[in-house]
Design a protein around this ligand. Structure first.
Ligand code: NAD
Length: 491
């Protein structure tokens, strides 16, 4: 399909570009003065904190579209300032916002909520936008990473403010503005953070609505957002339902979808280290992370020593009766359209403390117990469902090959994250190739996959479903080529 540009449209486009350059010239005045640097309109926000928060998706999109032109005028330096404002705000507000989000969402742990806000400091910024230059006998070509415009960001309840902060940094560094449709369960936290970011951005740069948010998000506001003409791209962070809905929306969607990460331990591993790493990853924020270890496969020869080491670092066992009782509390049976029954997760226990889960299982344990575990088989709902709580099933397997086979089944082809503890390189390669996951960690906790205890940078949106990987500013750019045909070589 081609779009025919008429004379009026061309004039409008040229006028807009000239306005952005700050020349004040029109297309009919070719002797335009040279571009003046962008100067902010005024300091301080007079909206009383209400701007950036909108009752409807359409209003939020309209405002973010206006802000996009302001952001263009502010240039890369303006983007850099905004990125720094968001990072600094998260650091300053870590305790206040951590407490607020925990109180609202009632999932996870305060120290993890705070740690996630502190980690925002390490999200990549404008320095990641490296152009590609080509020079030769026929001239000079540049490929630039340019913005889409306005992006629709759908965020989860598991990390409401951190996901917004991370998405905003990546998207704004790339020159975009964004409209957030948060999870209703974390919407108040999301609004609190967006207002604060907005006020600080307005105070320093003189314009609002680089990040806008729908005050009371719903499926209807999601649909309105997807249908809005200003939205050129969606970024989805959530489970299978929202990924499905986004893929059907007709808009391009970058989907950071669900995971169910398996970890495999063989007899060559440093068993004490493996136990400590798995405990760290699976208990962090009560196992809310999509990358968190959700089921452990241990080869027979290492099983007893692993269990000893696991208990030594703080994991507490649930016996078979206790497991049965907890399973009834955590899962209900449901039949799908085809009549097949499957387990449905009780959302009330997502992100609950291990001691709460133990109590539901009929066991009293210390309130600060990081993790409970139980021996199960592959088919158990705790293995096959993404439980997002600090109860981890352990499955005994006869060999690494069988462990990899079962790990693959448990991961459901999400290709999200997987881990192995082994000193055997062939075993590492076997699992890496079979699981084909976006993040694969060898001899470390899942957190190493996001730069905590391993090399690399973090992100709260790992685009597994659509394949972009751990999102960075580059993820939210359009690649454009600019060609100058001439003999301009200086050599
Ligand atoms: P969720 O799927 O319930 O909600 C995520 C977002 O989607 C929310 O804003 C919610 O309101 C919206 N939503 C849900 N169903 C929808 C539908 N049918 N139509 C429109 N919008 C809909 O997930 P959650 O409980 O908030 O978060 C946990 C899930 O997110 C887990 O599956 C986890 O693995 C995944 N997650 C993935 C990543 C990643 O980077 N890949 C990061 C965090 C969380």
């Amino acid at each position: 399909m081609t779009t025919k540009l008429d004379e009026k449209m061309v004039r409008n486009i040229v006028s807009n570009v000239l306005a952005q350059l700050g020349t004040g010239a029109t297309p009919s005045s070719p002797s335009a003065p040279s571009a003046a640097p962008f100067t902010p309109k005024k300091k301080g926000c007079d909206c009383g904190g209400s701007c950036s928060v909108f009752p409807t998706a359409d209003k939020a999109c309209e405002a973010a579209a206006d802000a996009f032109t302001q952001l263009q005028k502010a240039g890369v330096e303006g983007r850099r300032k905004i990125v720094n404002i968001i990072k600094k705000t998260c650091t300053e507000k870590q305790v206040e916002w951590g407490k607020f989000e925990l109180a609202e969402t009632k999932v996870g742990q305060l120290d993890a909520k705070i740690a996630k806000l502190v980690g925002i400091e390490n999200i990549p910024g404008v320095e990641w936008l490296q152009p590609l230059g080509m020079s030769g006998d026929r001239g000079i070509t540049m490929e630039e990473n340019t913005p889409f415009g306005v992006i629709g960001a759908i965020t989860p309840v598991t990390h409401s403010i951190p996901t917004i902060a991370c998405n905003a940094i990546n998207m704004i560094a790339a020159g975009n503005t964004l409209v957030v449709n948060a999870h209703p369960g974390g919407a108040k936290s999301a609004v609190l953070a967006v207002k604060e970011f907005n006020n600080r951005i307005h105070a320093e740069l003189g314009f609002s609505n680089v990040i806008t948010i729908i005050e009371e998000p719903s499926i209807e506001s999601f649909n309105e957002l997807c249908a809005n003409e200003h939205i050129g791209l969606l970024c989805i962070t959530g489970g299978p339902g929202v990924v499905d809905a986004a893929m059907k929306s007709g808009k391009r969607a970058i989907c950071a979808g669900p995971g169910n990460p398996p970890v495999l331990v063989d007899e060559s591993a440093d068993i004490n280290q493996a136990a400590a790493d798995i405990l760290l990853g699976a208990s962090f924020d009560n196992n809310l992370l999509c990358i968190g270890e959700k089921q452990i496969f241990v080869v027979e020869k290492a099983y007893s020593s692993f269990i000893r080491a696991f208990e030594a670092v703080g994991a507490v066992k649930l016996g078979s009766n206790e497991l049965q009782r907890l399973t009834k509390e955590v899962f209900t049976e449901s039949k799908d359209a085809g009549g097949c029954s499957h387990a449905v997760l009780n959302r009330d226990l997502v992100g609950a403390d291990a001691a709460v889960l133990a109590k539901r299982a009929g066991k009293t344990i210390a309130a600060n117990t990081p993790l409970v575990y139980a021996e199960t088989t592959l088919e158990h709902p705790f293995v096959m469902e993404e439980q997002m709580m600090p109860m981890i099933p352990v499955i005994r397997v006869p060999s690494v090959e069988e462990g990899v086979r079962q790990a693959l089944i448990s991961e459901h082809g999400y290709r999200h994250s997987s881990m192995i503890h082994t000193m055997n390189v062939a075993h590492m390669t076997l699992m890496a190739r079979a699981l084909d996951s976006t993040i694969f960690v060898k001899n470390g906790s899942c957190l190493a996959g996001l730069g905590i205890g391993g090399e690399g940078y973090p992100s709260f949106s790992i685009a597994t479903t659509t394949g972009e990987g751990i999102t960075t500013p580059m993820t939210f750019t359009r690649r454009r080529r600019c060609v100058l045909v001439d003999q301009l070589k200086i050599y």
